[in-house]
Design a protein around this ligand. Sequence first.
Ligand code: AZC
Length: 831
Amino acid sequence: SIPEAQREAWKRAQTTGFRGTEGFEKEFVRHVETTLGRSMFNCDENAAYSATSLAFRDRLILDWNRTQQRQTYIDSKRVYYLSLEFLMGRALDNAMLNIGLKDTAKVGLADLGFRIEDIIQQEHDAALGNGGLGRLAACFLDSLASLDFPAWGYGLRYRYGIFKQEIIDGYQMEVPDYWLDFNPWEFPRHDVTVDIQFYGQVRKQTDDTGKTVSVWEGGELVEAVAYDVPIPGYDTPTTNNLRLWSSKASGGEFDFQKFNNGDYESSVADQQRAETISAVLYPNDNLERGKELRLKQQYFWVAASLYDIVRRFKKSKRPWSEFPDQVAIQLNDTHPTLAIVELQRILVDIEGLAWDQAWEIVTSTFGYTNHTVLPEALEKWPVGLVQHLLPRHLQIIYDINLFFLQAVEKAFPDDRDMLRRVSIIEESQPKMVRMAFLAIVGSHKVNGVAELHSDLIKTTIFKDFVEIYGPDKFTNVTNGITPRRWLHQANPRLSELISSRLGGNGFLKDLNGLNKLELLADDKEFRKEWSEIKYANKVRLAKHIKDTMGVTVNPASLFDVQVKRIHEYKRQQLNIFGVIHRYLALKAMKPEERKKQLPRVSIFGGKAAPGYWMAKQIIHLINAVGAVVNKDGDIGDLLKVVFLEDYNVSKAEIICPASDISEHISTAGTEASGTSNMKFVLNGGLIIGTCDGANIEITREIGDNNIFLFGNLAEDVEDLRHTHTYGSHTIDPDLDKVFKEIEKGTFGTPHDFSAMIAAVRDHGDYYLVSDDFHSYIETHKLVDEAYRNQDDWVSKCIISVARMGFFSSDRCINEYAESIWNIEPLAMKDC
Ligand code: AZC
C-alpha cells in the first residue's frame, strides 16, 4: 500500500463519485466523450446507456472499495454463496434505485436529450441462470447487501448465458446469447488469477516427519481470472461482491513453444479448449446430464473460489481452528459439492493438518441447500470420470465415505442394508458418486426451501440421514424474493401508492410494514387507485404482446399467466388442456350465453431445455391452440392464448405487475418452493395453485379465501400413481373430450401431440394431469365468478399484499444468518 507520507496527496486526489444532477451530467458526458470516444453528434441511446452505467459503476466501485476495506479491517466473519447460477437480469435500474439516485439520473438524462425509460431498455439481461435456483441466488445477493452482511457470491462468468428463445412456426428455436458484447458492470481483475489443475496422478511420499503425504502432480493447468460485479445494497453504502471466474489457457495467450515449432493451430486450440470451460451455461433446469465439461466447470469454479477464500483467511494469520469462525460457505444445490473435498485436500495435503482436525473444520464451514426432490435432478458422477479428472479428490471421497460408513455401521449394527443405501458411492454399473449424500456428510446444516419440501426431504430422499444425524441437522428456510426489484423496480406506481399511504418507503426494508395496508382494503378511493395501476400495468403488457407477438389483447380481460421453465412437473400441459376445454365450452354456447362470459387472456412463457423433447411439444401445442383460438371470429376477445417469446428476468418485471391470476399448478410434492408465486401476489395478483411448495405457506399467510387451491395432496400422490400402473386408470371425461378434439386435428397435425396425450392416457399419467383436471376446471370457474365482483377481488388483492411480509428474501437471509451461518451484519455507518 501507499506509504504514510504520500497518503495526504492521495486523499486530495481521491474522487467521490457524482452526487447531484450536475455531477451526473459531467460524468455522463465525460464517459461519452472519453471512455466511449463519441460526441453529442453520435451519442445514440445505446451509448447513453453505456455512459450512464459507467457513471453509476464508478459510484458503486467506490462504495465497494470502502465496504471491502472495512470488512478486512474489522476482520468480520464472511459468508460465501457458491452458485453455478446468478440470474441477475438488468443492473442499471436496480443500481439507480438502490443508491437512491434514479431521479437525479432521470433529470440529468432529460437535460441531455434522453428518456430514462428508453435508456434502461437498452440493457441486455445478465442471464447466467436457468430459473428459480439462479434467480434465488440473485435475490439473496440483494438482501445480503441491503442487510449489511459481509458476503460474497462466487460463480462462473459464462460467455454465453441461457440461450435466447425464438418461436418460429410455433416451435422453440435456440439462439446464442452474446451478452458480453459490452458489459459495463464487471471489473476485470487480471491480477487475480488462479491456476487450476486437472487430470494427472497421485504419488504418495514420506515427509521429514515420517508422515505419508499425497502429491497430486502432472495433468494440465487452466487459469481462472476474476471478474467482479459490485452488488449495491438498498439504502446503505454496503456494496458486496459477486466474483465470477473466467477460464483461459494457463501461462498466457498460447503455447509459444508450439508456436515456434510451427504448430500454430494446436497452440490456439489449447487456448480455445481452456476457454471452453466457462463458455456456456448448461441450459437444464431440474435435470442433470453427467457431461464431463460440466464436472470440469464445477471443479474449476470451486477450486478458484476456495483458493481465494483461503488466501483471504490466511492474511489474518489466525490458526486454522478459527476458519469456521471467519468463513461460512453455502452450497447452492449440489453443484459446488466438490468444495467440501477441495477444502479437505487443501487442509490435509497442502497445509498438513491431521485428517480429523481438517474434517472438523470442513464440516463446520459448509451448509447445503437442496432445491428439488426430483430424482432426475439429483447429481451423480461416474467414479471413473471423477478419477480421471480429479484423481486425488476421488481418493478423498473414498476416505470420507469410509469413515462415514464406519460410524454408521457402529451406530446401526443390525441394519446391513443401511450401508448400501447411504454410501456416497452407489454400487451400480458404473459406480457413481452421489453428490447430495456427499454434501450432507460434509455440511453441518442441510436445508430445504419451503416447509413441505423440507419435510419431504426428511421423509423421502434423505430419510436415512435423519436417523444417522438426528433431525437437528435438517432445517427449513422458506424462500423469499427481494421487494426492491420485484415491487419497487418492477411496479413503481404500486410502490409509490403504497408508500404514499404508509408514510414512506420503510416497507422496502421491512416488508412486514405492508400489513398496515389491510386497513385500506375496503377504502373505495384506495381500491380505485389500486385498480387503475393494475389496469395501466396490463396496458403495458398488452402493448408488449402486440409489439412482440403481434396479438391484440384487451386489457379489460382477466389476465391469466403461467410463466416459468417448461417442465412436465410444472404442468403447463394441464393449463393448455384447460384452455382447450374453455374454448370448446365457449364454442358450444349460444351467442347470447357467450356474451355473458368473462373475457380471458391465457399468457404462457418459459424456455424448454433444448434436449427436453416433451417440453418442446408442450410449447408447440400452446402455440397451435393460440393460432386457432385467436382468429376464431365466434370467440373474439372472450379467449386469447399467447405464448410470450424469450421469458427472462426483465420480461418478468413487465409480466408480474400485469397479472390478475397466475398459475402455480405443479403436481403436489414436486415443486420445492416456487418463487414467482410470491412475485405475483406481491404485485397484487391472486393465484391458482396446488398444495405444493410455498403455495402452502402463502395460503397460511394471506388466508385461504384469498387463493384458489385445487388438486390432490402430496400425501396421496404415491397411491394414485400406484393405482394408475397396477389398478384401473380412467381418464377424466372432460379431459378425454379435449384429447379427442386434438386428435380430430383441430389444432394441426394430431400426430404432433400424440406423445403428450399418451403420457396421460397410456403411460401412467405420472404427473396426475387427469386426476386433477376436474378440480382445476371447477376452480377456474370460481376464479371467473370472483373476478366479476371487482370490489371484492381488489380487496382480496390488497389484503394479500398486506400479508406478504414473510416472503421477503430479507427474512430468509436473516434466518440463514442466524441458524446456519452464525454471522452478524456490519453496517458502514457503525464504522
Ligand atoms: C428450483 C425449484 O424447482 C423451485 O421450486 C425453487 O423455488 C427454486 O429452486 C429455488 O429454491 N430448483 C432448481 O431451479 N433447480 C434444481 C436443480 O433444483
